[in-house]
Design a protein around this ligand. Structure first.
Ligand code: GLY
Length: 410
């Protein structure tokens, strides 16, 4: 054998190993444009994989009465939660979305089965996550099938969430733990719970819910952001509604830009604009989007490191969940802004979706415990759900695919 043919065999071996195995995410993981499939085809393939995985996960979950998917353990086995975990609504939401897209009644049956497991959430008053939990599960079930019982669960959930609004402060209190550290903590994630209140206001005619949502968004806009449009994770208020602390809980440090938090901000202000028409929310969403797209730590494939202030974004763990949230928000935001900004947002979201749909992130059929995406970061400092699949990564990924798909066929 010549040295030349040996060299080619070596190259071929390297290529086939690297091409069939899930690889650690890297700066160069974005596919080359000359090999890219048309976007519509890429989306259909990704949705097909999402359906396949979600049916696998549904079958595994069906006999586990009262449980919802959470992540996988280090051996890749499914880890579940009870309905009180803040993520309980995302998997039912994935199923509702996939049913909406495909009309596959098996998905609807599982969506109903797992949505019902969240029934008790309507009475949760000890944290703010009721919006995430109910709007992503019952909310889609109501939108698609409109059973009266779902409407009542959503209205009860909104009433529970509203108990956490203090009119003297004008915000919904996020958490009750760590009382010695924070008097009245509000986290940027809380922007995501307002959609339930806006819906409840329309559904019930009770304008109080809408006033709470608008007040919460306005105070968040005023107090959570730095001059560069990045945001703090936790802002705590004193009993007169004055800011007492600006800190982090899940980010790298108090002054850092925790990637998923920036995603919650972008997504939150984008839908607040859609729902209220207030241009101050649109301006804020645009500021956050421009900050994210122009950030020096944002890799060319659009999948951010788990915090934008990590020392070395080249080697830091990526967070697929942050990318999915950002992609979904950007697709929507691109409708509300003029060219060339609109095209820039859409192109960036496309890049993110192509990366998430590559074999680096999109799980092979039957793998990843039935979850759709790999490589998310839940809570880095607590070594919890680090470089793991997460239901909210899957939820916002599927939502982003569907949002993009709808805009292609218009
Ligand atoms: N809402 C909690 C998180 O984003 O991790």
């Amino acid at each position: 054998m010549t040295r030349r043919s040996l060299f080619f065999i070596l190259l071929l071996t390297l290529f086939s190993v690297g091409g069939t195995r899930a690889q650690a995410p890297s700066q160069t993981s974005r596919p080359q444009s000359r090999t890219e499939k048309p976007l519509a085809e890429m989306i259909e393939r990704a949705l097909e994989r999402a359906r396949e995985q979600s049916l696998i996960l549904s079958r595994a979950l069906e006999p586990l009465e009262g449980r919802l998917p959470k992540t996988t353990d280090d051996a890749g086995r499914l880890v579940t939660s009870d309905p009180g975990w803040w993520c309980s609504g995302f998997f039912p939401g994935v199923l509702w979305y996939l049913y909406e897209d495909s009309g596959d009644e098996r998905l609807a049956a599982y969506a109903e089965m797992f949505t019902r497991r969240l029934e008790e959430v309507q009475y949760i008053t000890d944290n703010h996550d009721v919006g995430f939990m109910l709007f992503c599960s019952y909310g889609h079930g109501w939108r698609l099938k409109a059973p009266e019982s779902y409407r009542q669960v959503l209205l009860n959930g909104a009433a529970s969430l509203a108990t956490r609004y203090d009119p003297r402060i004008g915000l919904i209190r996020s958490w009750d733990f760590n009382r010695e550290r924070w008097n009245y903590p509000v986290i940027i994630d809380n922007m995501m719970n307002l959609e339930l209140l806006l819906w409840a206001s329309r559904a019930s005619g009770d304008a109080r819910y809408r006033r709470m949502a608008v007040s919460h968004a306005d105070k968040t806009l005023k107090n959570h952001f730095r001059p560069d449009a990045s945001c703090y994770h936790v802002v705590s208020y004193d009993s007169r509604g004055r800011v007492e602390k600006r800190e982090t809980w899940q980010g790298l440090h108090d002054e850092s830009a925790w990637s998923r938090g920036q995603g919650w901000a972008l997504y939150g202000f984008t839908y607040m604009y859609r729902e209220t028409g207030h241009r101050r929310y649109l301006r804020q969403a645009v500021r956050v989007a421009d900050y994210l797209l122009g950030h020096p730590s944002m890799p060319s494939d659009g999948i951010p490191p788990w915090d934008l202030d990590v020392a070395d974004p080249q080697t830091a763990l990526r967070d697929a969940s942050a990318a999915a949230v950002i992609a979904s928000a950007l697709v929507e935001l691109s409708d509300h802004v003029e060219a060339p900004r609109s095209a820039r947002y859409r192109a960036f979201a496309e890049r993110q979706l192509r990366s998430l749909s590559s074999e680096t992130y999109l799980a092979a059929p039957g793998e990843n415990g039935g979850f759709i995406l790999r490589h998310s970061v839940g809570f880095y400092a607590q070594h919890s759900e680090v470089d793991k699949p997460l239901t909210y990564a899957d939820y916002y990924y599927v939502e982003a695919l569907l949002r993009m798909k709808r805009r292609l066929v218009r």
